[in-house]
Design a binder for this molecule. Structure first.
Ligand SMILES: Cc1cc2nc3c(=O)[nH]c(=O)nc-3n(C[C@H](O)[C@H](O)[C@H](O)COP(=O)(O)OP(=O)(O)OC[C@H]3O[C@@H](n4cnc5c(N)ncnc54)[C@H](O)[C@@H]3O)c2cc1C
Length: 415
């Protein structure tokens, strides 16, 4: 194995592995460095979670040719129902109102991982280096990024991509600060059965102590993501099944009849991370290394996948123009393209938590009016729906069903 690459991707989690697949058909030698194999109990990215992929992410995976390997395990979301416990405000977002068959799909992260790795493993130009961890970086050479692994190996590349998660070592080594916010809450993730069919509906119910999301899951079960303050969440995880289900039924209400037959429970601490920059010398950030969001709106991976799809497109254009994929102007173009989307999605997600976690009576009335207003004003609801389906602004080519190498109308071919 030669130690010189075009691209080194630090982190083979959901977003890093997606980038490797998006780059697989370009004439690039790629190394993906990942400490934990798929299937390991400690793998943080492909674990027990079942997550919501929005409509744009499904198109991206379909264009990359990996959707067919996931589709059997996915459950489609056709509407989202948002309510505030004990209040009158409710809004519903329906796919059919926007000419879409679905708003997205709910899918186990392990299924996504398997489909991505089936594509990466046989790819001739991709070396999947696992188990190995990036230990240190050297970004002083203007022509190459150098990476030292924990086993002492040294690799170089024209571009280093930090896809190593919210506590990114690459981000720290690039000297990039991050805005941090600890929500002092945990999300309890599990699955339940309901006595009434969930039938493609997703529910987001805000309660005084945090939101409860119930999503249509594979095999007619419902996926639960229940946010509570840290101490309450820790106590809930320890309850026996009957006591846990009593509390869940009391918080969620009877829209799906009685919730029963609880699956395994995991609790995730919640914090927000926003990198202050996305690019440095010969290096960029994608996925959670760039933005780690509260899961309330189910947007974190979707946003990271658009990072990967946009970066792949910009690198394909740089190659087509005979340019250097790690040059400063190429990496600045990536950072500029991602700025509006990441700020808008992070702002929407953080805003939801701030507004709905506030117990002030005036604000509670206001937010109920807000939900009703959203329901009554088609323009506002449409903007919310488009933002959450992932098609707002300038979606990457892959999200429009085009390959990363597509030449679009108005673009000039450079020979
Ligand atoms: C409870 C919960 C529910 C969620 N639900 C949704 C949802 O419904 N929809 C959605 O879009 N998103 C959701 N998310 C967010 C989503 O899980 C993340 O956005 C996604 O996992 C980010 O992937 P990533 O590859 O960027 O980072 P990670 O998943 O953190 O992966 C980082 C990878 O880097 C590796 N790594 C770490 N250190 C190093 C190193 N030094 N060198 C090399 N590799 C390293 C790790 O082993 C890991 O494989 C949810 C998150 C939580 C916590």
């Amino acid at each position: 194995m030669s130690d010189q690459y075009d691209v080194i991707i630090a982190g083979g989690g959901m977003v890093g592995a997606s980038l490797a697949v998006a780059l697989a058909d370009l004439p690039l030698r790629i190394a993906v460095i990942e400490p934990l194999p798929l299937g390991s109990d400690d793998q943080p990215s492909f674990d027990e979670r079942t997550i919501a992929l929005n409509a744009a992410s499904r198109v991206i995976f379909n264009t990359l040719g990996v959707w067919s390997a996931m589709a059997d395990e996915a459950a489609e979301m056709r509407s989202i129902h948002i309510s505030d416990q004990g209040r009158f405000g409710i809004t519903r977002i329906r796919a059919a109102d926007y000419g879409l068959s679905g708003l997205g799909d709910v899918i186990p992260t392990r299924t996504v991982g398997r489909a991505l790795f089936e594509r990466i493993t046989p790819a001739e130009r991709i070396d999947f280096i696992c188990p190995a961890r990036v230990a240190s970086l050297d970004l002083d050479d203007p022509d190459a990024a150098a990476v030292t692994l924990d086993d002492g190996r040294r690799l170089t590349a024209r571009l280093l991509v930090g896809a190593d998660g919210a506590r990114s070592q690459v981000r720290a080594a690039m000297g990039i600060d991050a805005e941090m916010h600890d929500y002092q809450a945990k999300a309890i993730v599990s699955s339940v059965a309901a006595s009434r069919p969930i039938d493609g509906q997703a529910f987001e119910r805000f309660t005084a102590d945090g939101p409860i999301a119930l999503l249509p899951g594979p095999h007619d079960r419902c996926v639960l993501v229940w946010t509570r303050p840290t101490d309450v969440a820790d106590a809930l995880v320890e309850l026996d099944e009957a006591a846990f289900l009593d509390q869940l039924n009391a918080g969620f209400g009877r829209r799906l009849g009685r919730l029963h037959s609880l699956g395994g429970r995991q609790a995730y601490p919640l914090y927000r991370v926003m990198a202050t920059r996305l690019a440095g010398p010969r290096s960029v950030l994608i996925g959670n290394a760039a933005n780690n969001l509260h899961p309330v709106a189910g947007q974190g991976f979707n946003l990271g996948l658009r990072d990967a799809a946009t970066l792949a497109e910009i690198l394909a254009d740089a190659l087509a123009a005979g340019g250097d994929i790690g040059a400063g102007d190429v990496l600045s173009a990536y950072a500029r393209r991602r700025e509006t989307d990441r700020r808008a999605v992070a702002g929407m997600t953080h805003g939801l938590i701030q507004v709905f976690s506030n117990h002030t009576p005036g604000l509670r009335t206001g937010r109920n009016l807000g939900l009703l207003t959203t329901d009554l004003l088609p323009g506002l609801k449409r903007r919310m729906a488009i933002r959450s389906t992932g098609f707002a602004g300038q979606p990457p080519r892959l999200a429009r069903g085009l390959p990363v190498t597509a030449v679009e109308p108005g673009e000039r071919m450079v020979s």
